[in-house]
Design a binder for this molecule. Structure first.
Ligand code: IMP
Ligand code: MG
Length: 196
C-alpha cells in the first residue's frame, strides 16, 4: 500500500475552504459567546491545518490543546479500533471544549474521543469536523458543525494525508489511482458490528 501511482483530483479549493472556515468561526463565536476561554482540542494529525485557520478566525480567548488517536495507519481503510496515542496536556473538567476533527468517516474515532473527553466532566463539549462522509457511517455520531459533506472518496490535502503524504497540499482533493481497478474498498460496504 502506498507505492501505487496516483493523482489528486481537486474537490474543494483553498478559497472555498477559507470562506467556509470563516462562516463556521462566526457560528462558533456566537455559540460560545458566554465562554471566558474556550479549550480548542485538535485531533492529530489531520486537523492541524484546519485548527490553525479556525482559531485565528475565532473572536474570543482560546487555549489550544491536542490529542492523537490512531486511525488508518498507512492504509485507506479504517481500523475501527481507536487508541489514544497522545493525550491532552491540560485538564478540561468544568471547561467549555471544542473538539476539532478533520473527517468523520465510520464515526468510530469521533465517538471514542468524545466519549473519553465527556468522561472528564467538561462544562460543555461541542465538535466540529471539516469533512463528513455520511454514506460511510457505521456509528450514529455527527459533529455539531460540519464544513462539507463529501461522497465516499479518499481525500487528501489541507492537513489530511494518504500514507503521510499530501498533508501540505493546499486544496482538498480525491486520490485517483492510475492503475485500473487498483483502488477499491470492497470490504467498506459490508456491515460491521461494533467491537464492544
Ligand atoms: P473514522 O473513525 O472511520 O470516522 O475515521 C476518522 C479518521 O480516519 C479521520 O480522522 C481521518 O484521519 C481518517 N480518514 C477518514 N477518511 C479519510 C480520507 O478520505 N483521507 C484521509 N484520512 C481519512
Ligand atoms: Mg484523523
Amino acid at each position: 500500500m502506498g507505492d501505487r501511482p496516483y493523482v489528486i483530483d481537486r474537490m474543494i479549493s483553498a478559497k472555498t475552504i477559507a470562506a467556509r472556515v470563516e462562516e463556521l468561526a462566526r457560528e462558533i463565536t456566537d455559540a460560545f459567546s458566554h465562554t471566558d476561554k474556550l479549550v480548542v482540542v485538535g485531533l492529530l494529525r489531520g486537523s492541524f491545518v484546519f485548527i490553525a485557520d479556525l482559531v485565528r478566525e475565532l473572536e474570543m480567548p482560546v487555549e489550544v490543546d491536542f490529542i492523537e488517536a490512531s486511525s488508518y495507519g498507512n492504509s485507506t481503510e479504517s481500523s475501527r479500533e481507536v487508541r489514544i496515542l497522545k493525550d491532552l496536556r491540560g485538564e478540561i473538567g468544568g471547561r467549555d471544549v471544542l473538539l476539532v476533527e478533520d473527517i468523520v468517516d465510520t464515526g468510530y474515532t469521533l465517538a471514542h474521543v468524545t466519549g473519553l473527553l465527556k468522561s472528564r466532566g467538561p462544562e460543555r463539549l461541542e465538535t466540529i469536523a471539516l469533512l463528513d462522509k455520511p454514506s460511510r457511517r457505521e456509528i450514529d455520531v455527527r459533529a455539531t458543525w460540519t464544513g462539507f459533506e463529501i461522497p465516499d472518496e479518499f481525500v487528501v490535502g489541507y492537513g489530511i494525508d494518504y500514507a503521510e503524504r499530501n498533508r501540505n497540499h493546499p486544496h482538498i482533493g480525491k486520490v485517483r489511482f492510475l492503475e485500473p481497478g487498483a483502488f477499491d474498498r470492497p470490504k467498506a460496504a459490508e456491515p460491521r458490528t461494533h467491537p464492544q
